[in-house]
Design a protein. Structure first.
Length: 251
C-alpha cells in the first residue's frame, strides 16, 4: 500500500479516534442500580431517610417517598451503596459508627455494604468493618451495638410499589403449604378455552342432563294435562251412569 500526503491526515484522525475509544473503554465501569425498599423484621417498618436522619418506621402518605431506595454498584465487586432518591443521601456510618445520611460528595468506604443472606433474610455488612451491620431496634432507631438482638439486623428487600403485608401473607402461606398458584395477579386477559377430552365429556354430560330434564318436564306437563281432563270428564260419566241406573229401576 502506497501512502500519499493526502492520506496522512486521515490516518491521524482515525488514530486519535481510536485512542479516545480506548480511554473511554478503560475508564468505564459498570453501574448496577436497582430500586428497592428495605423492611426491618425487628421494627416492622421500612428504612426511611429524611435528611441525615435514618429510621425504620411504618409507611404513610408523608414518608412513603423517603422509603424508596436504590442499591448501586460501581464495579464488579459486591460492594453496594444504599442511596435514598428523595433525600439524595447515602446511608453511611460516621466515625462513631452511627448511621447518618450523607450527600454524594461525602460518600466513601463507610457508605459501602456487602449484601449477605441470613437464612431467608438479607443482611448488610459494612465494608470498612466486618463486625458492623445495618440494623434497627423495635422502635425503629439504628442499632448502637453490633452484639444486640440478631433478628434486628435482618431485612426483606422488595419492590417499593408492592405491598409488604401482602408479601408476608404469601410467605406465611408458602410455609404452611397454602400458597396459591397465581398469587397477587392485578389484571389478566382472559385466555382462550382449550378443548380437552375432559371438557368435551363434561359438555356432553351437561347436554344429556339438560335434555333429560326438559324431557321429563314435558312428560310431566303432558301427564298433568291428561289428569286434568280425566278429572273434568270423570264426574260427567258418573252422573250419566246414575241416570241410567235410575231409568232401569223405573222399568
Amino acid at each position: 500500500m502506497r501512502l500519499t500526503l493526502s492520506t496522512l491526515p486521515q490516518l491521524a484522525v482515525l488514530a486519535k479516534i481510536l485512542c479516545l475509544l480506548m480511554v473511554v473503554m478503560c475508564g468505564a465501569v459498570p453501574a448496577m442500580v436497582r430500586s428497592v425498599s428495605l423492611y426491618s423484621t425487628c421494627s416492622s417498618g421500612n428504612v426511611t431517610v429524611i435528611g441525615r436522619s435514618i429510621k425504620a418506621v411504618g409507611r404513610d402518605d408523608h414518608n412513603a417517598p423517603y422509603q424508596k431506595l436504590t442499591t448501586q454498584s460501581e464495579d464488579f465487586s459486591r460492594k453496594l451503596y444504599i442511596f435514598a432518591e428523595r433525600s439524595q443521601r447515602y446511608i453511611c456510618f460516621n466515625k462513631r459508627w452511627r448511621l447518618v445520611g450523607l450527600p454524594k460528595k461525602q460518600k466513601g468506604p463507610m457508605c459501602q455494604f456487602y449484601e449477605e443472606y441470613n437464612g431467608s433474610y438479607l443482611r448488610y455488612r459494612s465494608v470498612a468493618d466486618s463486625s458492623r451491620y445495618l440494623g434497627f431496634n423495635k422502635v425503629g432507631k439504628p442499632m448502637k451495638s453490633p452484639h444486640g438482638r440478631q433478628e434486628c439486623f435482618n431485612f426483606i428487600k422488595y419492590n417499593p410499589h408492592a405491598d409488604i403485608n401482602h408479601h408476608n401473607i404469601l410467605v406465611s402461606a408458602d410455609v404452611g403449604g397454602l400458597l396459591p398458584r397465581e398469587p397477587y395477579v392485578v389484571s389478566r386477559k382472559p385466555s382462550p378455552m382449550r378443548a380437552t377430552k375432559n371438557s368435551l365429556l363434561q359438555a356432553d354430560s351437561a347436554r344429556e342432563f339438560a335434555h333429560s330434564t326438559s324431557h321429563r318436564h314435558r312428560h310431566s306437563n303432558r301427564w298433568k294435562f291428561r289428569q286434568d281432563e280425566l278429572d273434568s270428564v270423570g264426574p260427567r260419566r258418573r252422573h250419566g251412569g246414575s241416570r241410567l241406573l235410575i231409568a232401569a229401576s223405573n222399568y
